[in-house]
Design a protein around this ligand. Structure first.
Ligand SMILES: *Cc1c(COP(=O)(O)O)cnc(C)c1O
Length: 485
């Protein structure tokens, strides 16, 4: 059976349940499977017409030991997780008229309207399932650039064995996203708006790492995370690559290209794994906005951190694509020692240049582009004018990147991953369309409804965030776990 090890080589192999509940490996590394299963064309042919949830069942079954979860339990968990999705297809595919051979994979029909729902629907329900069986509790903490927070809050709300602290950089997420976190009435959900974050969401990740390093606190509140360091997110995200492929191709074995709006490289790490498992993807197009960390890694061979730009595609205003380390592990034949050295060098010097052999290996099958704000806005307008289809800014970055590298690609089908609903970014949409009034396609009833609700939120400055969180999280744990008589 597949086990999980740290990509930095510390500790011993653990089972699926441990990898999920731990989040980070014990040496601070990311869990990676000891091997990736191979999926043959025969299997793909058998899966061609499966519904999303049934396909997810087949793929996850290759990774999850039956001793850890029965077939019936996994099926039920998937049914529960994806029931709140709005479209029966879960992830519908839309074909554009104005671009030949271009298919849009709509990953935003979950309850909080971004692709984060796809991974978190499964992961939060899975964590809850394990905790109930163990009669244990966990305090989840996540940092968000606007979409992880709402999805974590939504799926954790009302769960008896979980609470969630969702940290967001105040003023750097849209009001629609903020209200998705602050208008939930459940007592186990705690949004924290943090002011004065010079590096946006990356600043919050650092504070979370400090809380993790505080062992007595971590053990007391049973701290855990469902951000994309968690293997469960990456695993679940492999499924939509298979699903999109199967729904798009005429014959199994045909190669396609895929463009993905990217920040932390979680989504693309999953895509890379899907291809290593046997999915016929010729080229993945890594779509960055002007925060071009991944573009620098893939075009210059340098992993480095620059100052942050605030862009219309704010969910990918991410400086450190930490899931790249997870993918890289598989490109250096599992040499954990190298991963450990490179990540240490990045931490101490702020930048790492990879050797030519490594560079050649990890760039295989990837192209990248960095898209300007103006190009993003213009494409939203162009596609709306020609097709009546309203892209969100992240989908627009992906499509613009696909356009930018078109010469280097053949005439294969291009599947463009659209990761958010435009209703989450009303100001960007009105700016792009040069209008004061949001068109119908840019609205969503859940966002409208949240405008009339009370907000509940903790506010804090980044300057003393760690101390403030220790205090409030300790107190909240004591209140929630004191037996009342
Ligand atoms: C999180 C997010 C992304 C980026 O995904 P990564 O896994 O961090 O690369 C892209 N688009 C939207 C809308 C997101 O919320």
């Amino acid at each position: 059976m597949i086990q999980y090890v740290s990509n930095k080589g510390g500790g011993s192999p653990v089972d699926f349940e441990t990898a999920i509940l731990d989040g980070f490996a014990c040496d601070g590394g990311l869990y990676v499977p000891t091997r990736l299963p191979t999926i043959t064309h025969t299997q793909l042919r058998q899966w061609k017409n499966l519904a999303y949830v049934d396909l997810a069942f087949e793929i996850l079954s290759l990774f999850i030991d039956r001793a850890c979860m029965t077939e019936a339990e996994l099926r039920e968990l998937l049914q529960t997780a994806y029931a709140p999705f709005e479209k029966e297809a879960i992830i519908p595919i839309h074909q554009l008229k104005c671009r030949k051979n271009l298919f849009i994979m709509e990953l935003f029909h979950g309850p909080t309207l971004s692709f984060k729902d796809v991974g978190l629907a499964f992961l939060v329900n899975l964590v809850d399932f394990f905790l109930k069986r163990r009669k244990e509790y966990r305090t989840l903490i996540v940092a968000t650039t606007g979409d992880t927070g709402p999805a974590t809050a939504y799926f954790t709300a009302g769960k008896s064995n979980l609470s969630a602290w969702v940290l967001y950089p105040k003023g750097m997420v849209t009001e629609a996203q903020e209200r998705q976190m602050t208008t939930l009435p459940h007592s186990n959900i705690h949004p924290v708006g943090v002011s004065n974050c010079p590096d946006g969401g990356d600043d919050l990740d650092l504070v979370i790492a400090q809380l993790y390093a505080n062992k007595s606190f971590k053990d007391k509140v049973q701290l855990s995370s469902v951000n994309s360091i968690n293997w469960g997110r990456i695993l679940m995200q492999t499924v939509h690559y298979f699903y999109g492929y199967l729904k798009t191709v005429d014959t199994i074995g045909e190669h396609v290209d895929m463009a993905v709006p990217s920040g932390g490289f979680g989504n693309l790490c999953a895509g890379g794994f899907a291809r290593k498992m046997g999915l016929p993807v010729h080229t993945f197009v890594i779509a960055n906005n002007t925060n071009a960390s991944l573009h620098r890694i893939f075009s210059e061979g340098v992993f480095s951190k620059n100052a942050i730009f605030e862009t219309p595609s704010s969910a990918i205003d991410i400086l450190i694509p930490y899931n790249f380390w997870r993918y890289l592990y598989f490109c250096v034949a599992g040499d954990a020692h190298k991963i450990k050295e490179w990540s240490a060098a990045f931490l101490s010097k702020g930048s790492v240049r990879f050797d030519a052999t490594t560079y050649q290996e990890y760039t295989k099958g990837f192209l990248s582009a960095s898209i300007s704000d103006a190009a993003t806005l213009q494409l939203i307008q162009e596609i709306y004018a020609s097709d009546g289809y309203l892209l969100d800014p992240h989908g627009a970055v992906a499509l613009a990147a696909a356009d930018a590298v078109k010469e280097a690609l053949g005439d294969r089908k291009m599947i463009c991953l659209v990761t958010a609903h435009p209703a989450k970014f009303p100001d960007v949409i009105t700016r792009a369309l040069h209008t004061d009034s949001l068109p119908e396609e840019g609205r969503h009833h859940s966002i409208e409804k949240a405008k009339n609700k009370c907000e509940k939120v903790y506010l804090c400055s980044h300057d003393h965030l760690e101390e403030a969180l220790l205090d409030i999280m300790n107190a909240d744990w004591d209140i929630a776990h004191t037996i009342k008589d």
